[in-house]
Ligand binder design. Structure first.
Ligand SMILES: [Zn+2]
Length: 266
């Protein structure tokens, strides 16, 4: 028994040493100057990660660029500025999101920020390539909504437009859809998380203010696409989620159908 304990302690010490040495090597060898990488549709600014990791971000974003914009019917989109951070502290400082545990945030249709998560900066790191696609999808949603709002809202100058749009967005655009669409387009799906998220029978209204949207969001859009087709997505988005007009059902009927769909498939 004593021998087994000694072996266990030895293995733990070895693993901890490998972890700490790897972390040290990474800290000493990543790009430590603010560096830019330009792809066809993105300018990626980074430091604290490897150049090849920034290239992976660019590759992943470009690979999804046309698909997502075509699916959501995003007519035109200027170049997008992407900022990648090595850890939560750097992200929070740069974005001003103090005490935040978020791993990404979009700033209008042409800018987003996110953390390159890995085993050295998170307890259970998620896939940072997916985080990038998730934040990009927020930019696409905003671009479409803003282009529509320019035609429909009343305003005198840029400042009054921004105020009017922000108010409309906050009041009328459901948070559940804002997040669910991103999890769907970034393929952020884990069936264990879906089951965990569904255990409390949350309504869409409740999901507007619940982190469970990140666990179940994918399935909401999957259900919509399964039942009404992908073509309804841009129309539903631009209607600010008008169930009756676009899908021909009430919000409650949609919720009921979604729960049954998840029960059957997960
Ligand atoms: Zn999001």
């Amino acid at each position: 028994m004593k021998k087994a304990l000694r072996i266990a302690v030895f293995i733990i010490v070895c693993l901890a040493s490998v972890f700490l040495v790897s972390k040290l090597i990474r800290t000493l060898t990543v790009v430590d100057e603010l560096t830019r990488l330009q792809t066809d549709h993105f300018i990626i600014t980074y430091h604290g990660i490897y150049e090849r990791e920034a290239q992976e971000v660019g590759k992943e974003l470009e690979a999804n660029y046309e698909r997502i914009r075509t699916e959501l019917k995003d007519a035109e989109h200027d170049i997008i500025h992407v900022f990648v951070y090595a850890n939560q502290e750097a992200f929070n400082k740069a974005t001003g999101l103090l005490h935040s545990v978020a791993n990404g945030t979009s700033r209008g249709p042409l800018e987003f920020h996110f953390i390159w998560t890995n085993w050295f900066n998170s307890i259970f790191p998620d896939n940072p390539r997916k985080t990038a696609v998730h934040e990009f999808t927020h930019c696409v949603q905003l671009n479409i909504l803003i282009k529509d709002a320019i035609q429909t809202l009343e305003y005198e100058d840029e400042e009054s437009f921004n105020t009017a749009f922000e108010k409309k967005f906050k009041t009328d655009y459901p948070q559940w859809f804002w997040e669910a669409l991103c999890t769907y387009e970034a393929n952020e799906l884990n069936s264990i998380s879906v089951k965990y998220g569904m255990r409390n029978h949350l309504t869409l209204q409740e999901l507007n203010a619940s982190n469970q949207i990140y666990n179940v969001g994918y399935t909401l859009i999957e259900f919509l696409v399964h039942k009404w087709g992908k073509d309804k997505l841009p129309e539903f988005l631009r209607s600010y989620c008008n169930f009756e007009k676009v899908l021909g059902v009430s919000e409650e009927e949609f919720e009921q159908g979604w729960r049954e769909y998840v029960n059957r498939n997960y």
